[in-house]
Design a protein around this ligand. Structure first.
Ligand code: GAL
Length: 794
């Protein structure tokens, strides 16, 4: 009898797997767009023939011109905002008549209003939150339907950084049966984990009272898609709370991000009524007042960076490959954590962090009720903050990468007693949904007696921004508390630009009262890691302290990449930030290699600056290195001496009288060479060199290949100061989606077909077309030998 039951179960399982009940369709294609306001566009009969046809995700701001007078201000790169409308005509099959149909928006900046067949579905002010509308009752099955979306980003200024405008994240059409898993209604946790066994707890809610007998099937699959546990239970209630166990669990970590899948199916007889698959990582972690952070019982520093959401030349429109490339560049540097400053991220960022091995501090707000900008989210606070925060936690709580919630960044309520009540309220909202993760807030007032958000007593972790001079005393100032460095540095640099001398620290600007007087006329900042904003500190100054004390669990560098807007320390025409370890185009600045030498075990020897100077100039030569005892520098084969890092030093330096030729560095351990690197004085620009990060990309209009353009002299040496204008010619199955060179003051549009190199480099971003095929890329410049390369889209 028991065997028969088992066979039935197995059979059921096989049948269940053969059908899928839920349909989640990419709804990005085939939209019409109008930049401007057209209130009639919500009506079905409205004629949108003259509107522009496009596919989402779409950011209209990035297509505009940089303008010093734009209402968005320099804080948003002087790019335009305004109002835009989107419409899409689509057919829902007659077979969907008894189904539920939903539209899911991952994010619309901002104030979106949605109409289906002329019926208003709702408004969502928050530009970073995901939301769903049910369409079912207003659809015409087997016929055409019209969805219209108004996006209103016209009230400016409303952001301290570039937000972009439009339906800039993905959109999905979800069709389910009457019985279906509730939206974000599933929470999967691992309450007990050890080396031999993990208990997986699954809480889920199912929409609609069950009138027929139905079962819930839980299947746990390992990374090879092998079933490692399964369970079938009779559904008695719409809320389910079940445990399953797996033995010898593989743990998720930043170095080995092992992922399981949990498949949930509601089965009735032979029919699968709904199914959903969740990604799960099994990990434990802990913050300790003395020992800092540990993951799966192993101590480690949080080596994080803060990221805004823009993807440089592509603006804020989500391109999964652009996010993946950013994360790959950071991973190679040894970064293990991302802070989604200062808003809920695109869901794809979290998927990538799960898969690539990054911890994520998932942040909710940059302001509460008190504003930072005249028209910012503070205006929507009273009505929306509860739902926005709830939705963020509901959406993101199943990601193994998410390890800390932040309820806000440098919130003004830290300075008055409302910080206590709102702080408690927000932590309460998070905890009512997720009790497995600590909550923090990024505090800019480091005095525990003054900071009301800290005094709320609600925070699990004291998150400090800046004020590194107080960190050594953290345990004294905050007895019994746990530290997390939520935001540090604000060091400034322009890639490839070097000012001598390199060993004096500059604060640009020097305080909050005076504007910058000793800046460079060409609005560059030296890349020797000796410049920071006055509230911040250099990379080296900061990392030395975090490294020194065990109780300092780690940090989030402001910022991983340069981003659009907030171009401290300069005024117009500066339009993007100087804070990045990596520039806006994705080219690392020199500090990148300081981190790589400290944060990875791979051998590093990074020598800079370039070697094209005026004869006789005194040039500071720096080297970042690791895995070695010393570095010897040679100029034209003559030794300039051996240097060793002593104490807590993070680089070595030689002061050299410039002569052209070859500058060579050799790192050695126990007398044996570890690495050798050299820089050669380049002659005149002669030929273009291209390299693609990926030569094969996917067809379908979404995948990207990033082409780095450099200029070589006749001998093949890169010309570090080249600023030649280069023109792109793309033929075949791809288009040029954007150009960039990392220069913070370049006011040419990112959508141009040409660009000047900046300090020897430029970037072209190629996007596949819908149909696959060959893509030929040719880049030419006046008086330069052109270069070509071939890509394939498949
Ligand atoms: C911080 C703030 C960031 C950014 C940074 C620039 O105070 O949290 O959003 O503005 O300063 O230094």
């Amino acid at each position: 009898m028991r065997n028969l039951y088992l066979i039935c179960l197995l059979l059921l399982g096989t049948l269940a797997q053969a059908q899928t009940a839920r349909k989640t369709e990419d709804f990005d294609g085939g939209w019409k767009f109008l930049l401007g306001d057209e209130p009639q566009a919500k009506n079905v009969a409205f004629n949108d023939h003259n509107w522009r046809a496009l596919d989402l995700p779409h950011d209209w701001s990035i297509e505009g011109k940089f303008d010093e007078k734009a209402p968005t201000t320099q804080a948003e790169a002087g790019l335009p905002a305004g109002i835009g409308w989107y419409r899409k005509t689509f057919t829902v099959p007659a077979s969907a008549k008894n189904k539920h149909v939903f539209i899911d928006f991952d994010g619309v900046y901002r104030n979106s209003e949605v109409w289906i067949n002329g019926h208003w579905l709702g408004k969502r002010p928050n530009g970073y939150i995901s939301f769903e509308h049910e369409l079912t009752n207003y659809l015409k099955f087997g016929q055409q339907n019209v969805i219209a979306v108004k996006v209103d980003n016209s009230e400016q200024p409303n952001s301290r950084w570039y937000s972009g405008s439009g339906i800039y994240r993905n959109v999905w059409l979800v069709t389910t049966n009457d019985t279906h898993f509730s939206h974000w209604g599933t929470f999967i946790t691992t309450p007990k984990v050890d080396r031999t066994q993990a208990t997986i707890n699954i809480k889920t809610t199912i929409h609609h009272a069950l009138t027929q007998r139905a079962d819930l099937k839980i299947t746990v699959l390992d990374a090879q898609k092998k079933v490692v546990a399964s369970k079938l239970i009779a559904l008695k209630d719409t809320a389910v709370n079940q445990n399953v166990s797996i033995s010898k669990p593989m743990l998720w970590s930043v170095n080995r991000p092992y992922l399981y899948q949990i498949k949930l199916q509601v089965i009735s007889g032979k029919q699968v009524l709904d199914d959903q698959v969740f990604t799960m990582g099994i990990r434990t972690y802990n913050f300790d007042t003395d020992k800092g952070f540990s993951l799966n019982g192993e101590r480690m520093k949080i080596k994080g960076v803060c990221l805004h959401h823009d993807e440089g030349a592509l603006g804020s429109a989500v391109h999964i490959r652009a996010i993946e490339r950013q994360l790959q560049i950071l991973k190679d540097m040894g970064c293990n954590a991302i802070r989604t400053s200062h808003n809920p991220p695109a869901p794809e960022l979290l998927d990538l962090c799960d898969r690539m091995g990054f911890l994520v501090m998932d942040e909710a707000f940059d302001m509460w009720k008190k504003k930072k900008n005249k028209f910012d989210y503070s205006k929507d606070w009273d009505k929306w903050h509860v739902q926005d925060l709830q939705d963020q936690v509901l959406r993101d709580r199943n990601h193994p990468s998410v390890f800390v919630w932040s309820i806000g960044n440098e919130i003004r309520e830290q300075f008055d007693s409302t910080g206590i009540s709102i702080g408690r309220e927000l932590v309460g909202i998070v905890k009512s949904i997720d009790q497995t993760r600590p909550v923090t807030s990024a505090l800019s007032d480091a005095d525990p007696k003054e900071n009301f958000i800290y005094q709320s007593g609600a925070l699990d972790l004291v998150g400090l921004n800046y004020h590194i001079e107080t960190y050594a005393d953290f345990q004294k100032n905050y007895p019994g508390q746990k530290f997390i460095g939520t935001e540090q540095m604000s060091a400034l640099a322009t890639r490839g630009h070097y000012d001598m001398p390199s060993d004096s620290i500059r604060r640009w600007p020097k305080d909050g009262k005076t504007s910058l007087k000793d800046g460079n006329p060409d609005l560059t900042v030296s890349s020797y890691d000796n410049v920071s904003a006055y509230w911040g500190s250099t990379h080296e100054e900061t990392w030395k302290i975090i490294k020194k004390y065990d109780f300092l669990s780690g940090l989030f560098v402001w910022s991983g990449f340069d981003f659009l807007g907030e171009p401290v320390p300069y005024l117009w025409p500066a339009r993007s930030s100087y804070y990045g370890i990596v520039d806006l185009a994705g080219f690392p600045k020199d500090a990148y290699y300081m981190y790589q030498s400290e944060w990875t075990n791979k051998p590093v020897l990074h020598l800079f600056p370039h070697w094209n100077w005026q004869l006789g100039k005194t040039v500071d030569v720096w080297a970042y290195y690791n895995n070695a005892d010393e570095v010897e520098l040679y100029l034209n084969n003559k030794s300039l001496g051996v240097k060793k890092k002593t104490g807590d030093e993070l680089h070595v330096m030689w002061r050299v009288k410039y002569q052209p030729g070859t500058l060579k560095a050799v790192s050695r351990r126990d007398g044996k060479t570890v690495l050798t690197t050299q820089i050669v004085t380049a002659g005149q620009p002669y030929q273009i060199k291209l390299s693609a990060d990926r030569s094969k990309i996917k067809a379908g209009g979404k995948d990207l290949s990033y082409i780095t353009v450099s200029v070589l002299d006749k001998q093949g040496n890169p010309v570090p100061v080249a600023d030649n204008l280069v023109k792109f010619n793309i033929q075949g199955a791809g288009v040029l989606k954007g150009v960039d060179n990392g220069c913070q003051t370049n006011l040419e549009p990112f959508t141009a077909q040409q660009i000047k190199l900046f300090n020897g480099l430029a970037l072209g971003i190629i996007q596949s077309k819908h149909a696959g095929g060959k893509i030929s890329v040719t880049i030419a410049g006046n008086g330069l030998k052109p270069a070509s390369l071939a890509l394939i889209s498949y």
